[in-house]
Design a protein around this ligand. Structure first.
Ligand code: UD1
Ligand code: CA
Length: 482
């Protein structure tokens, strides 16, 4: 399949959703082009470091590149200097610096000395982060020593892209950039995605010979297509299952479009695994989310870093969970923010709860509204239900902490711990001035300021006695002018 004798149009173009029945024979290297400035992003940072789904877009491209198992993975970088290799340093990446961005052809040429002579080279773009592994595998399956394989796509609006020009028999003749195209070429809807696989030796022959007499004065990689056609090499075109995969990021609007596409994929993946998403269009994962069975996630939730949700966990609307482990049967109510926390089975959190790093809630703990817990452990069945701050504390089992309780953990220089034994009852509006300990079963009277050990099993009060002054009169306003 895939020779120059194929006809034009759909039938002549490999549909990549087909099963790949050919084992990839050739070894190949990958060259990722990532040197460009990305002027239209209007940013001080290199474009390929701009995030999508919480990671630099280049990181997504490197993921898919790695999944293909190349011999060498080269990244051509330039704009932004060492920021790019620093941000994405990895032992399996060969970084090739292109000091001046003279065009895509020039960029690939810089990487060629690092590619194996006998094999193939797959060219990817650092700003095209939606390509799927399957699409590229299918493209590689069509490639070979005497062939040039291009990933093309038909777009309703091809504006801005290089057009695939075919002869009357449907053979690909050349690629013409939008800026160098006349009206008839501009009307062609099949475009160059930029992704291609070529024999490395051929690239070494062609690239030094391409010129720069075009509208942009650049060395166009796309000029190799006309060279291949002149040599009567097989030129095959493959299409991705979805045109959206080839979406490139040139401006903030496209960055947002790619973001939504990645999030849509993440949502589909979760639903395929049995998660209920009340609104997959309002669901964001910036990292890895692993869910057990029958997990339910309401609208507007954001999952950052590594998040694990056990079986039957319910996450209410508009929650943010970052690097969190949640055991089974937990309910997290609306507008809760959990970061660096572990939540035990059957616990209830929120609404409006904040769990900060170092928090561990054991089984069936209740954390209610406007409660902040930091760097603390809370034992099984304990409750902190309203308006409290618990920091640097060890809270035992079956403890009840009344509304408005505050651990005063910071003296302005150092943090101190509060230790609360099992079965303690802390009355509302209490201040626990750390370091301090409440013995097992202690009861603290409401409104106390506790600065010393409160003995186990006893009632401790630390507040002024209530006094009443009989006959006392409120001051009255003096009449004006007197
Ligand atoms: C390129 C293709 C065009 C295709 C389009 C698809 C060429 C000449 N044109 O156009 O046919 O339709 O992609 O998106 O190849 N880069 C470097 N060094 C350079 C120049 C570019 O590394 O000297 C990198 C950029 O960072 C970018 C990629 O190559 O990741 C593409 O460059 P860009 O200038 O965006 O090419 P387009 O004009 O979009
Ligand atoms: Ca581009």
């Amino acid at each position: 399949m895939g020779g120059r004798s194929r006809g034009h149009g759909q039938s002549g173009i490999m549909r990549l959703c087909m099963t790949i029945d050919r084992i990839m024979g050739e070894t190949f290297d990958i060259v990722v082009l990532a040197a460009g400035k990305g002027t239209r992003m209007r940013s001080d940072y290199p474009k390929v470091l701009q995030p999508v789904a919480g990671r630099p877009m280049l990181a997504h491209v490197l993921d898919v590149a790695r999944s293909l198992g190349p011999v060498r993975l080269c990244v051509v970088y330039g704009h932004g200097g060492e920021l790019v290799p620093q941000a994405l340093a990895a032992p399996d990446v060969t970084w090739v610096r292109q000091d001046r961005q003279l065009g895509t052809g020039h960029a690939v040429l810089q990487a060629l000395p690092h590619c194996a002579t006998g094999g193939l080279t797959l060219v990817l773009y650092g700003d095209v982060p939606l390509l799927r592994s399957e699409t590229l595998r299918a493209l590689l399956a069509q490639a070979g020593p005497g062939r040039l394989a291009l990933l093309t796509v038909e777009l309703a609006d091809p504006t801005g892209y290089g057009r695939i020009v075919r002869d009357t028999a449907g053979h690909i003749e050349r690629i013409v950039e939008e800026r160098d195209a006349d009206a008839s070429i501009r009307s062609i809807r099949e475009i160059n995605t930029g992704v291609l696989v070529a024999p490395t030796e051929k690239l070494a022959d062609w690239l030094p010979r391409i010129g720069c007499s075009n509208h942009q004065g650049e060395y166009y990689l796309t000029d190799i297509v006309a060279m291949a056609a002149t040599e009567r090499l097989d030129i095959v075109a493959c299409q991705p299952a979805e045109a959206q995969e080839t979406l490139g990021v040139n401006d903030r609007a496209q960055q947002a479009e790619v973001e939504r596409a990645l999030q849509w994929r993440a949502a589909q993946q979760q639903m395929a695994c049995g998660v209920t998403l009340f609104d997959p269009a309002r669901f964001d994962v910036r990292g890895t989310l692993r869910c057990g069975r029958d997990v339910v996630i309401d609208a507007g939730c954001l999952f950052v870093g590594t998040v694990e949700l056990g079986d039957r966990v319910h996450v209410g609307p508009h929650c943010v969970l970052e690097d969190v482990r949640v055991a089974s049967d937990v309910r997290i109510a609306a507008f809760s923010h959990l970061h660096g926390a572990q939540v035990g089975a059957g616990a209830q959190v929120g609404p409006y709860a904040r769990l900060r790093p170092g928090t561990r809630l054991d089984e069936a703990v209740h954390i209610g509204n406007f409660v902040e817990v930091k760097n603390s452990t809370v034992g099984a069945h304990s409750k902190i239900n309203h308006l409290s701050y618990v920091g640097d504390s060890s809270v035992g089992k079956r403890v009840n902490i009344g509304a408005g309780t505050i651990t005063c953990n910071y003296d302005g220089a150092n943090k101190h711990r509060t230790v609360i034994g099992d079965d303690v009852f802390v009355g509302s509006g209490t201040e626990l001035v750390a370091p301090v300990e409440l013995g097992e079963g202690a009861t603290i009277g409401a409104g106390s300021t506790i600065t010393q050990y409160a003995p186990a099993g006893e009632l401790t009060l630390a507040r002024e006695r209530q006094v009443t002054r009989p006959g006392w009169k409120r001051p009255v306003k003096q009449a004006k002018g007197s």
